[in-house]
Design a protein around this ligand. Structure first.
Ligand code: ZN
Length: 317
């Protein structure tokens, strides 16, 4: 029996995950224009950029400037991604940012080494320092983002038991600091997931921690992102990261030229067509995706941005 949610929350990660891999670095003004169009389409949570080493990821070097240029729209949450305590410190010094007490861990030992020059154990050793920083800023630490949950280009299949073990470790460390994990963002960073696996992993995590909110971050590397999202919706997942135009990918994920994130407007379109509210104007979002395509200067994989929604067609028939 499917158990589709009535409403989903979509967090737009295009300005960060979408643009980080692009060879052309957009100007701060261009990024702000896109963020404006995304807000205007009804998206209420946007990942504006990341606080990472600008030498490693030059497309994100102006993240602080982008934040400084934001004209906050009421009801919209503006996020920045930090992968270590240094990043968190930079985020805390940034105007217009909505800090979320979110920790980052990776389920693949090989990938975390390549991505951050640290082992999984190193990451966990750093968590108390990270938690202390958030606590000092009075930000509740209640979320974890776990990368490479469903498989890794460098390590292969990731056992679901490891995902559960790492979540348990995170929960224990948080408990030692008087904090409770409320949300886990499970990322298919390199596009390994299939729909049945999504149900299996969600089921395993849910059986052990029934109250934990699960969010998914899907990539369309091998064309399965939408099928995976549908599988997730069927088991009641109602929160997703997504990127306009299906832009994006991780610069260290080891697949040049592959399709990027799940497309925000395509996912919103599917949800709306199935009667799941998104709060998003899909036509406006598709226009933002077309504008992003113009800015990056090459075709992007989004579908609805080219095929259009059915709104106009229904009116005419
Ligand atoms: Zn991603």
């Amino acid at each position: 029996m499917s158990d589709l949610p009535k409403r989903v929350h979509l967090m737009e990660v295009g300005p960060r995950d979408g643009l980080q891999i692009e060879p052309k670095i957009l100007t701060t003004a261009e990024k702000l224009e896109l963020i404006g169009m995304i807000e205007d389409a009804g998206i209420t949570e946007i990942e504006v950029g990341s606080f990472v080493n600008p030498k490693a990821v030059p497309t994100m070097a102006d993240t602080s400037d982008v934040f400084a240029g934001i004209k906050r729209k009421p009801g919209v949450i503006y996020r920045g991604l930090s992968l270590n305590t240094k990043g968190v410190e930079r985020a805390m010094a940034t105007p217009n940012i909505d800090l979320d007490g979110r920790l980052h861990v990776t389920a693949s030992e090989v990938f975390v080494q390549r991505n951050t020059n640290r082992s999984i154990d190193d990451t966990f050793r750093q968590l108390p320092e990270w938690i202390a920083l958030y606590k000092k800023a009075k930000v509740p630490v209640d979320g974890v983002t776990m990368m490479a949950v469903f498989g890794c280009n460098f390590e292969g299949d990731i056992p679901v038991q490891r995902v559960a073990d790492l979540l348990a470790r995170t929960i224990d460390i948080l408990a030692e600091h008087g904090e409770t994990l409320k949300c886990a963002n499970l990322c298919d960073t390199m596009g390994w997931a299939n729909p049945e696996q999504i149900k299996r992993v969600v089921g395993t995590v849910r059986n052990r921690w029934p109250k934990l909110q699960i969010k998914l971050h899907l990539h369309d590397t091998r064309g399965l992102a939408m099928a995976n999202a549908y599988a997730a919706l069927q088991v009641g997942i109602d929160e997703f990261d997504a990127s306009i135009g299906a832009l994006g990918g991780c610069p260290f994920a080891g697949h040049k030229g592959a399709a990027g994130n799940i497309s925000t407007e395509d996912l919103a379109f599917m949800c709306e067509e199935m009667g799941i509210a998104t709060g998003v104007d899909v036509d406006k979002l598709a226009a933002a995706a077309r504008r992003a395509e113009e800015m990056v200067g090459h075709p992007v994989p989004g579908k609805v941005m080219k095929g259009g929604t059915l709104t106009e067609k229904r009116r005419r028939t």
